[in-house]
Design a protein around this ligand. Sequence first.
Ligand code: ZN
Length: 110
Amino acid sequence: MNWVTATRHVFQPTLDTWLRRILGTEEFVIINHTDCDLLTFRDQDLVQKLELVTGVAAVPPALFHTFENLAANVRRQIHRVRSHHWIPEHISVRSFIYDVKTGGLAEVAP
Ligand SMILES: [Zn+2]
């Protein structure tokens, strides 16, 4: 057992208790929406504009997490939550896309 595994072994039950008993977390629900402004520009474009307007260089991590494909972004977010070592495996992670025009909510398969 290495340090990371040992640390996880020690803290995982604590985190599980914290999530479930203190926060009552049983499930993560990720919701993105159509017509999101983050689809309309790229991080680098905004960084350049901010640097131009403010005269101050952006300092990493100056990310705005823009994306080009809504469903792909949702799947990436599911993966990030699922693969985070603090999130117990039994916690459910579901994701949806909210359609701002229809009010519909469509579940996205991982
Ligand atoms: Zn948005």
